[in-house]
Design a protein around this ligand. Structure first.
Ligand SMILES: Cc1cc2nc3c(=O)[nH]c(=O)nc-3n(C[C@H](O)[C@H](O)[C@H](O)COP(=O)(O)OP(=O)(O)OC[C@H]3O[C@@H](n4cnc5c(N)ncnc54)[C@H](O)[C@@H]3O)c2cc1C
Length: 317
């Protein structure tokens, strides 16, 4: 691993202040993100971020790396939920930004600087969040399509329908079942028991008229399997050599995905169409410069993690 200074923050983990009636909470930056979510669960609340992680990531690490998960579709990213930070800056001074209130409009929003700064601007000591209530119930639908155009067309149609989508992703390759040939569209709906029954009828009638080879509401076991596979990859896929997270204008997503799938028909892709976010698996032989040129011509940016990334230029080409 390459870094300049290593600081162990695991003892910075005890601060926890929660005001359930205001839907706000403050956590020490060294607290495990999973532990933070567990504490809020008791009050039926959560930080609406669900990045894939193995239970070892800290609150500070998630925010400093600006990690997001598939519920970004509805809830956005850390920039939408962090309301206050306490930081030790490069001069050793403790600096506070923001306030523990849901609406705060005075001055510059300095919190945003630290989100995704990867520790370059100071060490986060504690972080305050707006919270959301955990929905009464969630259900998942899966639909399988032969082409990316069909899969992305369907996700547009669902986005424009009245159903309350919490997560929607289009995946292919390592993020579907081993040997699956189709593009999966995974849709998570949220709401009360009654509203989900109504939404389920609306979504079923959309999918029924579509060109999906297979579609349906997932059982409890399948729901777990689909989301786990989509987050971590299927059990036959070896750990990715490298991964590119691409942010691109939403209007360009379809063209970019089409280019990738024509250029490398076996590539693995994870797409959040409503956020303009595309994650591409890079193999040892991937031609990085061609795809980076394509993305920048379309007005997008790329972050690469994994093998062959040893400098700032490699990571943010
Ligand atoms: C399936 C999967 C996918 C992943 N994908 C990605 C990915 O796309 N991008 C990615 O970056 N990681 C990814 N990760 C790794 C990991 O989930 C994140 O990097 C997470 O942020 C690590 O948290 P950590 O507490 O271990 O932080 P660390 O790994 O210790 O630190 C992460 C970064 O945050 C900074 N940092 C940590 N704590 C603080 C603090 N208190 N104040 C200031 N800066 C701080 C560090 O300097 C470092 O730059 C992935 C992990 C899994 C399991």
């Amino acid at each position: 691993k390459q870094f300049d200074i290593g600081i162990d923050l695991k003892n910075l983990a005890s601060c926890f202040r929660h005001t359930p009636e205001d839907l706000t909470a403050t956590f020490a930056a060294g607290m495990l993100f999973s532990e933070a979510q567990e504490k809020l669960k008791e009050s039926g609340q959560w930080i609406p971020l669900n990045p894939p992680e193995n239970g070892t990531s800290t609150v500070g690490g998630i925010i400093s790396a600006n990690r997001f998960g598939l519920r970004r579709h509805r809830h956005g990213t850390a920039r939408d939920w962090v309301i206050a930070t306490t930081v030790v800056n490069g001069e050793g001074k403790i600096v506070k930004a923001g306030a523990n209130v849901v609406k705060n409009v005075s001055g510059y929003d300095m919190n945003k600087l630290y989100i995704g700064a990867r520790g370059t601007l100071g060490i986060l000591l504690d972080i305050s969040f707006k919270l959301a209530p955990i929905p009464e119930k969630r259900i998942t639908f899966r639909a399988c399509f032969s082409t990316p155009e069909e899969a992305l067309g369907m996700s547009n149609q669902i986005n424009n329908s009245p159903v309350e989508v919490e997560a929607l992703t289009v995946v292919k390759g390592r993020w579907t079942a081993a040997k699956a040939k189709h593009w999966w569209v995974l849709i998570e709906l949220m709401g009360t028991e009654q509203s989900l029954a109504d939404q389920s009828t609306v979504l079923s009638s959309i999918l029924e008229k579509s060109s999906a080879n297979r579609w349906g509401e997932a059982s409890k076991e399948d729901t777990q399997f689909y989301w786990k596979t989509t987050q971590f990859g299927n059990n036959e896929a070896s750990p990715p050599f490298a991964e590119a997270t691409i942010s691109i204008p939403k209007s360009k997503v379809e063209q970019l995905v089409y280019n990738f799938s024509v250029g490398e028909p076996d590539c693995s892709l994870k797409i959040l169409p409503a956020s303009g976010s595309v994650i591409l698996e890079l193999t040892e032989g991937s031609d990085r410069s061609t795809f980076i040129d394509q993305v920048s011509e379309m007005g997008g940016t790329v972050e690469i993690i994994g093998s062959g990334v040893s400098s700032v230029e490699d990571r943010w080409p």
